[in-house]
Design a protein around this ligand. Structure first.
Ligand SMILES: [Zn+2]
Length: 72
């Protein structure tokens, strides 16, 4: 999946950046280091491509194998 246009504001201002993401999983706050995300420089919305999603899922799964559903 390759997103080129921001689905939030419609501008082609997406940049690939690496970020530490904080998510709450099963009531615990965890930080997933160095996830490649797309950030819109116009509206600052962040998007995750399938590569980022699998990075997040693999990391969360390694911490908490029982988590089935991850809110991203
Ligand atoms: Zn945007």
């Amino acid at each position: 999946m390759n997103i080129k246009t921001c689905p939030f504001c419609g501008k082609k201002t997406l940049n690939k950046i690496n970020k530490n993401l904080t998510r709450t999983i099963d009531g615990k706050r965890i930080t997933i280091p160095d996830v490649e995300v797309l950030e819109c420089s116009n509206c600052k919305e962040k998007m995750f491509d399938s590569h980022a999603m699998s990075t997040i899922e693999a990391y969360v799964h390694s911490l908490s194998p029982k988590s089935k559903k991850i809110q991203i």
